[in-house]
Design a binder for this molecule. Structure first.
Ligand code: FAD
Ligand code: MLT
Ligand code: ZN
Length: 503
């Protein structure tokens, strides 16, 4: 019996509190989105007995209250009906589990930190959750080449703390770093706040070990920068959201820890000036630019008000966050301060602050990273993560405000300008089909008209397979389906996700 959902989850982090504080248990995904269960096997007590025989009692969760958090996604939009969570500790255990599930046609849902924002990490029906939480060992770190090899369940922030002790950083950083796993990052090809500088995971991930649906272990765990021996199979697992195989180990290239880090937070009077500022930052900050993020007034206002976070400058229509990573503190901070002064003179920056002290920089980053969860305090958030050519980057926000009128509490835009990726959040007191149908497929149609991507970062997951054709043509979708058939002929890996039923 579920007494109080709120009581089941005890986390200290602000975003987690916001996430669970105000809401009731979400509706079942299958009902909310009218999905029919596929003809998979149904888990029997003998199956649970088998899993216990290989993992032991403690690593097979069946108690309803223990399983519940694994059924609900971060934004509390999706709820699955799994009754079993398995917690393997090794690749061999993952392989044994999958072989058994494949033979019995039991569907599985791989789960990392469960911070995904498209419902991919939680089951839809009774898929068995395979949690990577206990696969959290670091294998090796070569501090000369920067190659880190670790298990999929390592938490991103823990890895970053570890490699920092060796003069390196993780090549990606995101607001969910304290919870998300490197295996989840890889499976979603997570972008984040530093992609502008360090590139995406198709570049940084050197090698992968993964397990196919039938239990075969695919060893592509090379820690080499260059390896042109045939097909680059690791890429099949990067961004495929657990539908082609389960990632068990990752080899990743870690850049050198920058000796000097500086951060600027600027107020800007309109979006046109945000773009001009971006152009100027690329030219004036050049090789040291590591992030160029923007947030509109409502994004910051909502975060300041709902999460009680301080805004270090006054209120402006747009805010820009510019970070530099370099090797010479005097040179870098002077360069950023000069940039601020010159762009205040041109009027592109109306007001701003520059910081290099860790605590002050943390306050500014915190404000930016917390936007993701800030809207949840108002009830429900429709979240979009689209790629749009920069000249049209912000167009949809005012259009949506007009389209939704008072049906939305707020429509706000923020994101990774340097990557052409905007996040549009629409906050409402509660989910309604009416608002949903005003937003979808409308947003995807508009994005498609300008040749954008309906998902720049978060993936397709459970929420967007029916819209994937706005960004992938028929022949590409057919090839994706053929690959799925080849690697997972029984379709047991993360069903109802990524691929639409009809291609
Ligand atoms: P999960 O949410 O557990 O899973 C995500 C997907 O990967 C699911 O489909 C799951 O089945 C699959 N999966 C997980 N582990 C494995 C595995 N070992 N093998 C195979 N499949 C697996 N995303 C960005 O790209 N950029 C951002 O800046 C960003 N910021 C965020 C900020 C916040 C506050 C939050 C809550 C989310 C943010 N996200 C961002 C989204 C999310 O954090 C990322 O997608 C992250 O990479 C997911 O990692 P995870 O371990 O939580 O994976
Ligand atoms: C971000 O950039 O903050 C993340 O992708 C999360 C979000 O979209 O809210
Ligand atoms: Zn993002």
């Amino acid at each position: 019996m579920i007494k109080s959902f709120v009581k089941l989850i005890s986390k200290n982090n602000v975003l987690e509190q916001i996430r669970y504080a105000s809401q009731a248990l979400p509706q079942l995904s299958s009902e909310k989105y009218n999905i029919k269960r596929k003809t998979f096997g149904t888990i029997e007590p003998s199956d649970v007995g088998y899993f216990r025989s290989i993992l032991g009692e403690e690593r097979v969760l069946t108690d309803e209250s223990d399983v519940l958090p694994y059924n609900i996604d971060w934004i509390k939009n999706c709820r699955g009906q799994s009754r079993v969570v398995l917690k393997p500790r090794s690749t061999e255990e993952v392989s044994t589990i999958l072989k058994y599930c494949n033979d019995k046609r039991l569907a599985v849902c791989p789960q990392g930190g469960n911070t995904g924002l498209v419902g991919g990490s939680v089951p839809v029906f009774d898929e068995i959750v395979i949690s990577f939480a206990l696969m959290n060992k670091i294998d090796t770190l070569d501090d000369l080449s920067g190659a880190l090899v670790c298990e999929a369940g390592c938490i991103l922030e823990n890895l970053d703390n570890y490699v920092r002790e060796h003069g390196l950083i993780m090549p990606l950083d995101l607001g969910a770093k304290g919870t998300c796993h490197i295996g989840g990052n890889t499976s979603t090809n997570a972008g984040g706040l530093r992609l502008l500088r360090y590139g995406n995971l198709h570049g940084s991930v050197l090698g992968i070990e993964a397990v196919k649906a039938d239990g075969t272990v695919i060893d592509c765990l090379r820690a080499l920068k260059k390896d042109n021996t045939g097909y680059h199979l690791k890429h099949l697992f990067i961004g495929s959201e657990g539908t082609l195989g389960l990632v068990t180990k990752v080899a990743i290239h870690c850049p050198v820890l920058p000796k000097s880090v500086n951060l600027g937070f600027f107020g800007v009077k309109n979006f046109e000036n945000v773009l001009k500022l971006y152009k100027s930052a690329k030219s004036k900050l050049g090789e040291i630019l590591s992030a160029f993020e923007m947030a509109d007034f409502d994004s910051i206002d909502c975060t300041v008000k709902n999460l009680k976070l301080p805004n270090p400058i006054s209120e402006y229509p747009f805010y820009v966050l510019v970070e530099t990573h370099g090797s010479d503190e005097a040179h870098d901070s002077e360069k950023l301060t000069r940039f601020l002064a010159s762009e205040m003179e041109t009027g592109l920056i109306v007001d701003g602050t520059v910081a290099s002290e860790p605590a002050k920089m943390q306050t500014i980053w915190n404000l930016r990273e917390s936007i993701a969860g800030a809207g949840l305090a108002g009830g429900y958030v429709f979240k979009y993560d689209v790629s749009i050519p920069l000249k049209n980057y912000y167009d949809l926000v005012p259009i949506l405000r007009k389209r939704l009128g008072d049906k939305a509490l707020k429509v706000f835009g923020y994101g990774h300008v340097g990557d052409g990726n905007i996040h549009i959040n629409v906050t409402v007191p509660q989910y309604t089909k009416e608002v949903s149908s005003l937003l979808e497929p409308y947003i995807f149609e508009e994005v498609s008209k300008v040749n954008g991507s309906i998902s720049a970062e978060h993936g397709i997951g459970f929420r967007k397979p029916m819209y994937i054709h706005y960004s992938k043509d028929q022949s590409a979708l057919q090839l994706m389906k053929d690959l799925k058939q080849l690697m997972d002929p029984n379709g047991i890996l993360n069903p109802y996700k990524v691929l639409p039923d009809a291609v």
